[in-house]
Write a protein that binds this ligand. Sequence first.
Ligand code: FAD
Ligand code: NAP
Length: 314
Amino acid sequence: MLDCAIVGGGPAGLTAGLYATRGGLQNVVMFEKGLPGGQITQSSEIENYPGVTGDITGMDLMQPWPKQCMKFGLKHEMAEVSRVSKNGETFIIALSNGETYEAKSVIVCTGSVPRRAGFKGEDEFFGRGVSTCATCDGFFYKGKEVAVIGGGDTALEEALYLAKICTKVYLVHRRDKFRAAPNTVKRVEETPNIELILDSVPEEVYGDAMGVTGLKVKNTKNGETTDLSVPGVFVFVGNNVNNEVLKQEDGSWLCELNEQGQVVVNLKMQTSLEGLFAAGDLRIDAPKQVVCAAGDGATAAINAIAYVDEHFNK
Ligand code: FAD
Ligand code: NAP
């Protein structure tokens, strides 16, 4: 019986593992289907993790984290979790390979995946000019022009953010009506260096060995194609959280989720089910930053320790 099972080994899961083991929980296993580190390992540069001042990649940032956790007894099981369920006081962790584990508490840290829009070159140039994170990568385009794809709150808010850093932002949206809140739309329309390119879809992002040099955009009404000479393309067409492990056999969810499928938590990272915690990009209102995910992981672990103490060590 594990004191705590951690599902996902990104910044949230690894930090939860560090705090859970160092805080005295026994038999803590982090189930991570790949190498630990999470989605930040795809990033070629990270500049906004506190205390990190050199030019380092996401991989460089995450490389020492597992070693630090293992020192305090965290075990890494390289396996995909297919389902977390609860039987009485005990959680059952079912793995895709058919094995099962039992745990007194669970911290789910399975993260999220930004959706891809699906245009030519998007995957090829991802991380080399195509980005899904303005807070992370916007600064690299200071004083340059960029394109933003999408018409929801995220796209418009990020366009406003980028407009403060970049000389011009082309906001490319496939319809002539935005999904974003009216006030956000108004702010965008009133921002002089945001140019709206409506009824238009990205057709192809192109570039060279150094990265992106431009984006071809097609007008869906008249079929005309325009070339935008931009070194950066930001895609904000929605986000999928990795919540599948919480889906039960009968189709219900193990705990409360919001309309976007994000896990509802309180400030202790407790979900609606006792003993089950969620941390990082998976939770409601996640700022989707490494430092925030790590903070969530620590918070969840501290409260998992208190839960196990109270319920099992009476
Ligand atoms: P994740 O990092 O998504 O980790 C979740 C982990 O769970 C993954 O390793 C996954 O393999 C594992 N997992 C999922 N499902 C299962 C399962 N069923 N079984 C087992 N394992 C599973 N943030 C910044 O602060 N600064 C930046 O500069 C920055 N740049 C970014 C650049 C890019 C290209 C991307 C994609 C993101 C960037 N971010 C940045 C955001 C940052 O990476 C995330 O906010 C952060 O990684 C979230 O951490 P997490 O632990 O919640 O989830
Ligand atoms: P979203 O609301 O789903 O919007 C996605 C946008 O991308 C839509 O405009 C959609 O176009 C477009 N799109 C989808 N697939 C596309 C494709 N393949 N190619 C081109 N365009 C594509 O996603 P979001 O903006 O990330 O927001 C998610 C949720 O979080 C929403 O409920 C939002 O309100 C909320 N949110 C709230 C705030 C806030 O309250 N301040 C901030 C951010 C997010 P269509 O419009 O044509 O479908």
